[in-house]
Design a protein around this ligand. Structure first.
Ligand code: NDP
Length: 309
């Protein structure tokens, strides 16, 4: 029987694997549909300590993988399609990979992450990593002193627009309704920032450019007038979906699907099941915080195994 199975291959999953492998738990890690996770769609990572000259997201995740394998993690390319989690302390859990392969495991570490929501425009995928981003904190720096567009009307959009206003020359905030959904205080901050222009009732028609973004065609959804905003960056802030669908009705989650962990730990409501990274974090969502909780999950699993051997 496997001692520890890790689901997901972002910074949380690989960090959990490094710690679990070094603790001799011989972990198996199932990579999921997007090996390396969200960072594989980011160009340069400059805010992860230890890389003084920065690193690309894909290269960083390659290093995480190598480090996890170096200590003996069994990395499987596949997607978990079903889980049968036990409710009883000390009992094993069943994980089904790609609808066919069964894994029986004493502990499970969930690091399935979250996926940013996108508009679904072809131009959006074309410019992913070269002007289109869903993380201002990760990529905003590359648009220093330039004009950018942010889409969304919630707290994330307000926060990202405010963050970018400190770096960029001008921030256009596209809100599809006649009002923002963000909290009053965040809205106030947006309205009081001189270089943020809020365009209510505006939607994105297309992102323009050759090799990188040079502008955004937008439409007023009341007058149907279209215009082009010159901008080099296009930031999505229309929400995230935690990848937790397969745990529904088994694990406690909030109304938006984020897994609930016990305070100051990675413990879920079921014994031997731990949650780390963005699947349980709607607030910080950074590679470094995900890695931190991945480490916590491995330590929590190790303690659980010691108490249930
Ligand atoms: P939300 O779901 O709250 O808001 C999403 C926003 O994006 C809405 O304004 C929505 O518009 C808009 N939107 C959705 N789809 C589209 C689309 N296809 N085209 C254009 N606009 C679209 O997500 P957030 O990420 O902002 O927030 C998630 C949670 O996290 C919230 O509970 C929030 O309070 C919290 N949060 C808190 C922060 C803080 O306190 N510092 C910071 C960030 C998030 P519409 O309103 O028309 O539906």
């Amino acid at each position: 029987m496997i001692e520890c199975t890790i689901i997901g291959s972002g910074p949380a999953g690989y960090t959990a694997a490094i710690y679990a492998a070094r603790a001799n738990m011989k972990p198996t890690l199932i990579q999921g549909m997007q090996p390396g996770g969200q960072l594989t769609t980011t160009n340069d990572v400059e805010n992860y300590p230890g890389y003084p000259t920065g690193i690309t997201g894909p290269k960083m995740m390659e290093d995480f993988l190598k480090q996890a394998e170096r200590f003996g993690t069994n990395v499987i390319f596949g997607t978990v399609t079903k889980v049968e989690l036990s409710k009883k302390e000390g009992e094993s859990h069943k994980i089904i990979v790609d609808n066919k392969n069964e894994i029986i495991t004493k502990t499970v570490i969930i690091s399935t992450g979250a996926s940013a929501k996108y508009l679904g425009l072809p131009s959006e995928s074309k410019f992913m990593g070269s002007g289109v981003s869903a993380c201002a904190v990760c990529d905003g720096f590359f648009f220093k002193n330039q004009d950018v567009v942010v889409v969304g009307g919630g707290d994330s959009a307000a926060e990202e627009a405010t963050y970018l206003s400190n770096l960029c020359n001008k921030v256009y905030l596209l809100v599809r309704k006649k009002e923002m959904r963000a909290s009053k205080i965040m809205q106030k901050r947006v309205f009081e920032t001189k270089n943020i222009e809020v365009l209510f009732n505006h939607e994105t028609v297309e992102i323009l450019g050759d090799n990188s973004v040079s502008g955004v065609k937008v439409k007023n959804n009341l007058s149907l007038d279209e215009k082009i905003i010159e901008a080099t960056g296009f930031f999505l802030a229309i929400g995230h979906n935690p990848n937790t669908e397969i745990f529904k009705n088994q694990l406690d989650m909030d109304e938006t699907g984020y897994l609930i962990t016990k305070p100051d730990s990675t413990l879920t409501n079921l014994p031997g099941v731990f949650a780390s990274g963005d699947a349980q974090d709607s607030v910080y969502r950074q590679a470094i915080t995900a890695a931190g909780t991945g480490c916590m999950a491995a330590l929590d699993a190790e303690r659980y195994l010691a108490n249930n051997s």
